[in-house]
Design a protein around this ligand. Structure first.
Ligand SMILES: Nc1ncnc2c1ncn2[C@@H]1O[C@H](COP(=O)(O)OP(=O)(O)OP(=O)(O)O)[C@@H](O)[C@H]1O
Ligand SMILES: [Mg+2]
Length: 306
């Protein structure tokens, strides 16, 4: 097991943003976080590397490779971030410095994290860009590159220090479908060929089914269901997962077909957070909160009726 998350809660004042988050990520696997906009996927990712804005409080356990992350002093976190765990964001423009050539940015990061000479760093940068099949970009400035190219540069930066875990937060949402596939294929190949682990965050169930090994389905800051992708697809337990999957056959794969809206975290419905939108709602669902429970090996659900 590479990453272990247990009983994680994130809150600010009286608002609970993440509640009772539990999962683990194994070595060599692609683990997906899926859910509608605002379900807490990005906050979960930020918590894993202790990068939440300061006003959020996180409690619970996050252990990476034997190291507890949440209470780690910042100088030790620095050794993990980028070096052991790296993160790729949706919008590469916010992560790249527009004034510096991309090759230089990658090299500088290598010098910082690996403490190697400039010459070695440039050599390594070249070989990484070759691996990503974009050696010609080494002397380019970010604005000279397309969105897809920039995202490849972000992947280059994310894998440069050979981290154990890569977190990709909607890495292709801003790109058109063909480029999206190229980028995800590349990421898949890099992760699987080197036995690394990937947390793939998306709201697209097709991406989950194509690339991930296991998945957690999130809703209003809670995990509704967890399982192997194949099992969850063939036999979804939670009504929310069922609703998400029923949206897939439509031409648009985004999660937009579920009637009703994701609840406001400031005034959550009583009982199960999904109950106002649930087709299978019973009396208990608006009265009591379902616990997150193990149903079988590798399979967890937060619903009274499974
Ligand atoms: N920096 C922040 N400060 C205050 N609230 C935030 C912050 N970031 C996220 N939130 C709130 O936390 C909740 C979860 O947001 P989060 O960004 O994790 O959702 P998400 O699942 O990643 O959605 P998306 O698919 O749109 O990226 C939302 O209600 C959001 O408004
Ligand atoms: Mg997000």
């Amino acid at each position: 097991m590479l990453l272990y998350v247990k009983g994680l809660n994130v809150f600010y004042k009286n608002i609970v943003y993440l509640e009772d988050i539990n999962f683990q990520v194994n070595k060599g696997e692609i683990f997906s976080l899926v859910g509608e906009s605002g379900s807490g996927k990005s906050l979960t990712a930020l918590t894993l590397i202790n990068l939440l804005p300061e006003y959020f409080k996180a409690e619970g356990i996050v252990v990476f490779n034997g190291t507890e992350i949440l209470n780690l002093p910042s100088y030790q976190l620095e050794k993990i971030r980028g070096r052991k765990i790296s993160i790729i964001f949706q919008d590469p423009t916010t992560s790249l410095n527009p004034l510096i050539k991309v090759g230089t940015q990658i090299a500088e990061m290598l010098i910082h994290h690996l403490n190697i000479s400039k010459k070695e760093a440039l050599k390594k940068t070249k070989s990484i860009l070759e691996k990503l099949k974009i050696p010609h970009t080494i002397n380019s400035y970010p604005h000279q590159l397309s969105g897809g190219m920039k995202q490849r540069i972000m992947i280059a930066m994310a894998i440069a220090c050979e981290p154990e875990l890569i977190i990709a937060d909607e890495p292709t949402t801003a790109l058109d479908v063909t480029v999206q596939e190229e980028i995800l294929d590349l990421l898949y190949y890099l992760v699987k060929s080197e036995n690394k682990s990937l947390i793939l965050i998306t709201h697209d169930m097709n991406i989950v089914s194509e690339y991930a090994d296991r998945v957690i389905v999130m809703y209003a800051g809670r995990i509704m269901e967890e399982g192997k992708v194949e099992d969850v697809y063939n036999n979804p337990y939670h009504p929310y997962t069922k609703a998400l999957l029923s949206c897939i056959p439509s031409a648009k794969t985004e999660i937009m077909g579920i009637p009703g809206n994701i609840p406001n975290l400031k005034s959550l419905p009583k009982g199960c957070v999904f109950n106002p939108r649930c087709k299978y709602k019973q009396e208990i669902c608006s009265k009591e909160i379902p616990t997150y429970r193990k149903v079988s090996d590798d399979r967890y659900v937060r619903c009274f009726f499974t």
